[in-house]
Design a protein around this ligand. Structure first.
Ligand code: DC
Length: 220
């Protein structure tokens, strides 16, 4: 069974997807981490980020895997390196390139084949798994999302104002919504879940209820 969790950065997707997968005992596929991993290796190997064909060929050659909550490229654990600001900005042109998205779509389908997965990203319900049993689009108001990010950055010792966080978030949202291929939008049959004012546990409870409702025979 496949559950897709899409939505903008800061809506609480990653923590919800990870916790949901743990509660169900399923795999968690963080597709943002996959795009980040491609960007990291492209930087390492000096592949020009604006050369979509070369980056797509590189992506196709990589063995990206999730093990014990960590992200690997081959045997190399890249979980920490893919979260640096340098990789975050390099990921944008990589994720915007249609040939790269096509390669990643096929890779994500291969990873999910035959297993139970909670997959998280921007296009999972709309493009990659149109037949997923449960599709969720998580949202939160821009201010709530920026407040969460600001709290995280402050806790990590990064000195950013709330306005800076909000500006960066608006730019990211615009990029995610308007990329020609794989633009972020809820699938027509996605359930919208608004996470403002909900704790991560409450979000997961709501998702579990949704899944249980889907699994229950309709005429029972
Ligand atoms: O969720 P994240 O911040 O780790 O995502 C990293 C980048 O990848 C971000 O620019 C959005 C993009 N992305 C995407 O285009 N499609 C996905 N399915 C997941 C992430």
């Amino acid at each position: 069974m496949i559950i897709t969790l899409d939505g903008p950065a800061g809506a609480g997707k990653s923590s919800a997807a990870r916790a949901l997968a743990a509660r169900l005992g399923w795999c968690y596929m963080d597709t943002g981490a996959m795009y980040r991993a491609v960007a990291l290796i492209a930087l390492d190997r000096s592949v020009p980020l604006d050369d979509a064909t070369r980056v797509a060929m590189l992506a196709d050659s990589l063995a990206i895997a999730f093990r014990d909550g960590r992200v690997f490229v081959g045997d190399r654990d890249v979980s920490t390196e893919i979260r640096t600001a340098r990789v975050t900005s390099a990921t944008r042109p990589v994720a915007d390139a249609p040939p790269v998205r096509e390669v990643m779509k096929q890779m994500q389908r291969r990873i999910a084949a035959g297993i139970d997965v909670v997959t998280e990203g921007r296009d999972q319900g709309s493009e990659v798994f149109p037949d997923a049993e449960v599709k969720v689009f998580l949202t939160a108001s821009p201010v709530e999302r920026a407040l969460r990010r600001h709290r995280e950055e402050t806790a990590r010792g990064v000195p950013l104002s709330l306005d800076d966080v909000l500006d960066a978030q608006n730019r990211r949202d615009e990029g995610d919504r308007t990329r020609p291929v794989g633009a972020m939008h809820p699938a027509a049959d996605a359930v919208l879940v608004e996470t403002d004012g909900l704790t991560p546990e409450e979000v997961v409870d709501r998702l579990v209820r949704l899944i249980e409702a889907r699994r229950r025979p309709r005429h029972a």
